[in-house]
Design a protein around this ligand. Sequence first.
Ligand code: SME
Length: 160
Amino acid sequence: MAEELIISTSDDKAERYRSLLPQIEALVAGENDLTANLANIASALKYGMDYFWVGFYRVKGHELVLGPFQGPIACTRIAKGKGVCGKSWKEKKILIVENVEEFPGHIACSAESKSEIVLPALKNGAVALVLDVDSDQIADFDEIDKEYLTQLIRLIELKL
Ligand code: SME
């Protein structure tokens, strides 16, 4: 396991992801406890990419329940189809929201969150959890985040 996260200060977001992802891969290699891995991934992503909030919601029955995260306290339960996370779960789709105030039904856990990306992770074809990343800047997420966070989701799916 890596002892210390090396945080890239590059202005190039893709470069920061390219520095971070192999470190995350090393961090979870050899550890099979899902909570431990999700906790370290949330921390690595929060500090490595400097986003406002990074965390996981796990599917438990008919709702999502807050899992490991880094950032301010957050709502604990989200119904299927509700908010960005619930919609990503229901539609099994990656959602990028440029301005949360313009997303109907957005669940505001913090007034400081301005944009977000949510990606579902699947086990046996069903969504097992979603990764939610929030920014305090409008329109902070794009195809670069989608590309690299999808790689991260593939890694997580191997551990589910
Ligand atoms: N905004 C999310 C809820 C989770 S918090 O942002 C941490 C949503 O609308 O699903």
